[in-house]
Ligand binder design. Structure first.
Ligand SMILES: [Zn+2]
Length: 339
C-alpha cells in the first residue's frame, strides 16, 4: 500500500490557536505529520508524493468565493493596521445566510467558525497539497489499488463548503469521495475521528450519492458542539443519507465496536462502490482531547471490521495528536489493510 504525502504540507505553522479563550500552541503541528509518516513507512508502506491536480477537484466540494478568500486573505490581512500576524476571527454572523461582507475582517468571521484555524502565509499552499494528497490516493484506488493512505495534513473534516475551523481548511475526505464518484455511482464516508465531521456533513447534507456516517463523542459536551446529533439525517434528496452515531465521553473498545457494527450495517445496506475512511486517531484514550478511550488493540479491531467490507478504500488522515502511542495506533489501523 502507498502512503501519499508532500513536504509542502509541513509549511503551515500557526503561532497559536485560541482554546477556552487562551492563546495556546496548536497540537496540529508539522511534527505530528512526521510521526504519522514514520509509522506508515515503518509498517512497509511506500511513500509517494502527490502531483499538482489544480483546483477542479477542490471546486467539486468548496465554493469559488471561499477558495478565493483562502488564497488571498493573508495578504489582505497584513494591510490592516495593527492586525495579528496570523489571520483569526473576532466576529461571526448569527447565520451563514447573512450578507457576505467585502471587508477582510467580516469575511474571516463569515468563513472561519472558530479560533482553531489560523491562516498563515503558508496555509493555502499546505492545504492545497493536503487536498492533492487525498486526490492522489483516490486516483491510486481508481487505478486498481485496493486501498491507499492519504497523509492529509492539515486535516479536513471540520471544513464545510465555505467554512474553515478545527484545524481544517479544505475537506480532504470529501474531495477524495467526489474523486471516487468519477467511477462509482455511490460512495460512503466513514468518519472515525473522535470529533463529529461537521464539514463533511455540511458538504453532502443534501446528497444521496455520498453516504456520510460519523461515530463521535456526543457534541452536547464536546467539540464541535453545534453539529453531530443523531437526528441530523440529511435534507432534500439527501434525507436519510447522513448518519450520526454519537457516543458518551470515555467510550472504550467494546462499546465502540458495537456501534461500529451499526455503522457498517448502514454502509452495507447502501452498497457503495468505494469507501473513504476519515481516519482520526484522536479516539485514543491517550489523545490530548481525551474524548474516547480506544486502545491500540482497539484501533486494530476497528480496522479489521472496516477492512472486512472489502471495498476499494481511501484512508484519509484526520485528527490524532502527538502522544507516545500515536504512531502505533496508525500502524494498528493501517496494518489491517496490509494483510
Ligand atoms: Zn478530531
Amino acid at each position: 500500500m502507498k502512503a501519499v504525502f508532500s513536504d509542502r504540507q509541513l509549511g503551515h505553522r500557526p503561532a497559536h490557536i485560541v482554546s477556552s479563550g487562551a492563546a495556546v500552541a496548536s497540537p496540529e503541528t508539522p511534527a505530528r505529520a512526521e510521526i504519522l509518516l514514520a509509522a506508515a513507512l515503518a509498517l512497509g508502506l511506500e511513500r509517494e508524493a502527490p502531483a499538482d491536480y489544480g483546483l477542479d477537484p477542490i471546486r467539486a466540494v468548496h465554493t469559488e468565493r471561499y477558495l478565493t478568500f483562502l488564497e488571498r486573505i493573508h495578504e489582505r490581512w497584513l494591510r490592516i493596521p495593527g492586525a495579528s500576524t496570523d489571520v483569526l476571527p473576532n466576529v461571526h454572523p448569527d447565520t451563514r445566510d447573512a450578507v457576505y461582507p467585502a471587508s477582510a475582517v467580516g469575511q474571516v468571521g463569515f468563513h472561519v467558525f472558530d479560533g482553531a484555524a489560523p491562516i498563515t502565509a503558508d496555509t493555502w499552499d499546505a492545504a492545497l497539497w493536503s487536498a492533492w494528497t487525498a486526490v492522489h490516493a483516490a486516483r491510486e484506488v481508481l487505478a486498481g489499488a485496493p486501498a491507499c493512505y492519504a497523509l492529509s495534513r492539515p486535516p479536513g473534516h471540520h471544513s464545510g463548503k465555505e467554512l474553515a475551523g478545527g484545524f481544517c481548511y479544505l475537506n480532504n475526505s470529501a474531495i477524495a469521495a467526489r474523486e471516487l464518484r468519477g467511477r462509482y455511482e455511490k460512495v460512503a464516508i466513514l468518519d472515525v475521528d473522535v470529533h463529529h465531521g461537521n464539514g463533511t456533513q455540511d458538504i453532502f447534507y443534501e446528497c444521496d450519492d455520498v453516504l456520510t456516517v460519523s461515530i463521535h463523542a456526543n457534541p452536547v459536551r464536546f467539540y464541535p458542539f453545534f453539529w453531530g446529533a443523531a437526528d441530523e439525517t440529511g435534507a432534500g434528496a439527501g434525507h436519510g443519507y447522513n448518519c450520526n452515531l454519537p457516543l458518551p465521553r470515555g467510550t472504550g473498545d467494546d462499546d465502540y465496536l458495537a456501534t461500529l457494527e451499526q455503522a457498517l450495517g448502514r454502509i452495507a445496506d447502501y452498497a457503495p462502490g468505494a469507501l473513504v475512511v476519515a481516519l482520526g486517531l484522536d479516539a485514543s484514550g491517550d489523545d490530548p482531547f481525551a474524548g474516547f478511550a480506544i486502545t491500540t488493540r482497539g484501533f486494530g479491531r476497528i480496522a479489521e471490521r472496516v477492512a472486512g467490507l472489502r471495498l476499494p478504500t481511501v484512508l484519509v488522515q484526520e485528527g490524532g495528536y502527538p502522544q507516545p502511542g500515536l504512531g502505533d495506533n496508525l500502524a494498528a489501523f493501517l496494518g489491517a489493510y496490509c494483510l
